[in-house]
Design a protein around this ligand. Structure first.
Ligand code: UD1
Length: 353
């Protein structure tokens, strides 16, 4: 019997791994789940495991936070003995976080086959730490599961042999489709009728005091016309406090659980974000998305979906918001294979090989 070991560490990993774990379980393969502990707060980790019905991890490496090199190295040191003990036939890594690249490096050194779920995405922006993680993980992977055509094209242009690339669709959308009915059932909980949903956590937006102040100032201007609902990532909360920024008018919330956040997305008039996954979720839901980044590794959300890159341009943000409020938001379509069965395709391919 094949033995598959999954590595997850940060919030978006949990959403991506859940449908793959389920599909592999249904095929009866042996599985081990390793949580690196990159995210550890209850509402960044445990709540997601419960809601997404992910089994308790077999190992929690409890790595915690640190610089990128420290965190990556620490995960490698703690993960190596687990792989040596469990001897899996294949290790699955997800997305582009530090846990992803750390686990891939360990497996590459031990000659254990690696599958990368959400392979091939490129922002072509090396200032973004995730871009390095994507490039290195893809280079080391034996099987590359891509969500969209652009992923295949990027990998082929980097010389990855065609037979290693499998376009399976978007595993994050599998979770969305599964939990959408539950999200729609959540009561409104006193949220305003019409609101903009905001998330912000990219180092390029929140680690520099002037950038963060500029973005929060723009949001405060927006809040004059439209209520803002803003669940704040711990990293962003720390920076707001450290820089002494007065963001009281924005009614900052704690990070919200997965299904509640999905419910907020379905009800939002517009989503303003710098997240990767949220660009995809809004495209699926047909909700306008204004992305506070100059580029995206998910271009299909712009070409087919509802996403607009507004970068750091305050005027552009204001203009696009006025469009949305005037009922002239960009319309989109759901990209091919974002159909709720990406995890099944991954499991089928792993079983066949
Ligand atoms: C990480 C990923 C990013 C992903 C994001 C989703 C990398 C390089 N970045 O960014 O790609 O979009 O997760 O959320 O892997 N912290 C807590 N509690 C936690 C986790 C973090 O307070 O449970 C604080 C710590 O002070 C930490 C900071 O948040 O230093 C940043 O956490 P980290 O995991 O380094 O990066 P994220 O910004 O979460």
């Amino acid at each position: 019997m094949k033995h598959i070991l999954h590595v997850v560490g940060a919030r978006p990993n949990f959403v991506k791994a859940a449908p793959v774990l389920r599909a592999i379980r249904q095929l009866g393969m042996r599985q081990t789940l390793v949580h690196t502990g990159q995210h550890y707060d209850r509402n960044m980790s445990d709540v997601f495991f419960t809601e997404l019905q992910i089994p308790e991890p077999d190992f929690n490496l409890e790595v915690g936070s640190g610089t990128h090199s420290w965190q990556t190295a620490e995960i490698m040191q703690r993960f190596e003995p687990v792989v040596l003990e469990r001897k899996p036939d294949m290790v699955l890594v997800y997305g582009d976080v530090n846990s992803t690249v750390a686990a891939a490096l360990v497996c590459a050194k031990l000659l254990i086959p690696i599958s990368h779920v959400e392979a091939g995405l490129r922002s072509f922006d090396r200032t973004m730490p995730e871009e390095t993680n994507r490039i290195v993980t893809d280079r080391l992977s034996d099987l590359l599961f891509t969500p969209s055509e652009d992923g295949d094209a990027n990998l082929l242009s980097e010389g990855v042999p065609k037979e290693r690339i499998h376009r399976v669709g978007n595993v994050m959308i599998d979770s969305l489709i599964q939990f959408l009915p539950a999200a729609r059932n959540i009561p409104k909980n006193g949220f305003p009728d019409r609101f903009a949903l905001v998330t912000l956590h990219r180092p390029s937006n929140v680690d520099d005091s002037q950038n963060l102040q500029g973005i929060l100032d723009s949001l405060m201007e927006v809040s004059v016309h439209l209520d803002i609902v803003f669940p704040v990532h711990p990293r962003t909360r720390q920076r707001i406090e450290k820089f002494g920024i007065d963001a009281e008018k924005l009614h900052l919330l704690e990070p919200v659980p997965y299904i509640e956040f999905l419910s907020l997305q379905t009800r939002a008039a517009v989503v303003i974000t710098d997240s990767g996954g949220i660009q995809e979720e809004t495209t699926y839901l047909g909700i306008p998305c204004l992305t506070l980044r100059p580029n995206t590794e998910r271009p299909i959300t712009v070409t087919l979906g509802t996403n607009i890159l507004v970068g750091e341009d305050k005027k552009r943000l204001g203009a696009e918001l006025r469009n949305v409020l005037a009922g002239k938001a960009k319309k989109g379509v759901i990209p091919p294979l974002w159909d709720g069965h990406a995890g099944d395709r991954v499991a089928d391919i792993l079983q066949r090989l």
